[in-house]
Design a protein around this ligand. Sequence first.
Ligand SMILES: [Zn+2]
Ligand SMILES: [Zn+2]
Length: 462
Amino acid sequence: MSTIGRSAPAGREGDSADRGDDSATGAEGDSTAGPRGVTAAGHKPGLPARQSGVGTRREVGTCRHTGLASGRQAEVAAGQAVVEAWLAEHGDELIGWRRHIHAHPELSRAEHATTEFVESWLVKAGLEPRKLPTGTGLICDIGPAGPRIALRADMDALPLQEYTGRPFASTVPGVSHACGHDAHTSILLGTALALAELESLPVGVRLVFQHAEEVMPGGAIDMVAAGAMDDVSRVFALHCDPRLEVGRIGVRVGAITSAADTVELVLDSPGGHTSRPHLTSDLVYAIGTVITGLPGLLSRRIDPRTSTVMVWGAVSAGKAPNAIPQTGMLTGTVRTGDHATWSLLEPMVREIVDGLLAPTGVRYQLNYKRGVPPVVNDEFSTRMFEDAILALGPDALSDTPQSGGGEDFSWYLEEVPGAMARLGVWSGEGPQLDIHQPTFDIDERALAAGVRVLTNLVLQAR
Ligand SMILES: [Zn+2]
Ligand SMILES: [Zn+2]
């Protein structure tokens, strides 16, 4: 939309400059080809030829899963044409937003500039965003009132030094967008501005630009408290996935991430001489029983099909070989892929630790921090996602495994049904770097693919 007349963000200057140094991956050199190469009629994501063999179950543009009425097909196609026109005109801008946000990352609950950046573009598009009172995170409604579809992006960066060497790499020492939240934010902003071009929407939309996904308690809890899920019927989100090739998007029904809780055990004893353990409480021996006993007993109390795993990450106690120490500490994580199991974990961990330590006489304090529940994709919402993805082309849809990681998107799903999908960001060349790695980067053609999927969710919604 030409009326969105804000001057180009700083990151855009990198467009031409970095083409030359990306030959190793081909990522940036191709990055603008996707948006420019798309035709309004075909909605082709501009993918490498090697992508094939997945998602060929249905024809492009059909909506068999969720039963879109045939009379709506023409409306959907007209809406998609508007989105394609927006991408053709603003595809470079979309990439520029991502590069600007990428170059200026902000840590969790400090996303003031990112929030203001998003807010300014939404306001220029004639929308009315509402910032949270803290100044980080915002909500913006588009389209008719009534039950809305919510689309969520997270905006925070990680306390990690970036080593991508890109011209638009982080300008903030020790902070970088190594989880792709810069891409999520840009995609949702592009989705907003493309939807704002439409004369009407089939359903009301709520944009949720969330702060603080990377910390616990996460920003999703704040957003829900601020009413982000009020009058919302379903909520959707994308997350970058470097294991998937650009242009492909993966979904699955059921759990797509895992719950992750933290266990911290602080122990104390009177201490004493190692020659006389019977006169004191042997703290190191007690720690040993918990180190092996808790993971072992959990594995015997919980159904192994729930993918529940308890792993210690740190242990400390004592210094001298002949002295029983007075204090010790043990900390680790408990993860599960099953929502019902997540509810059982804390009392079970407390019961087992007590049972293991009681005979030793060692005193302890157990600090159990519940993290996030698993993201469990609702079936109908997942089918909506599949239809939205298939509209990009028959090869766009992919399966995806459940991750052992946590995502605070799950807090929205405690309120309303919804689904999260994995957005392919691997260029198809070079190593598949993981998120949270200092060299993590994306093929920016994923940005246009993300806008297409999110806008399709709205256009095809009933
Ligand atoms: Zn992350
Ligand atoms: Zn993330």
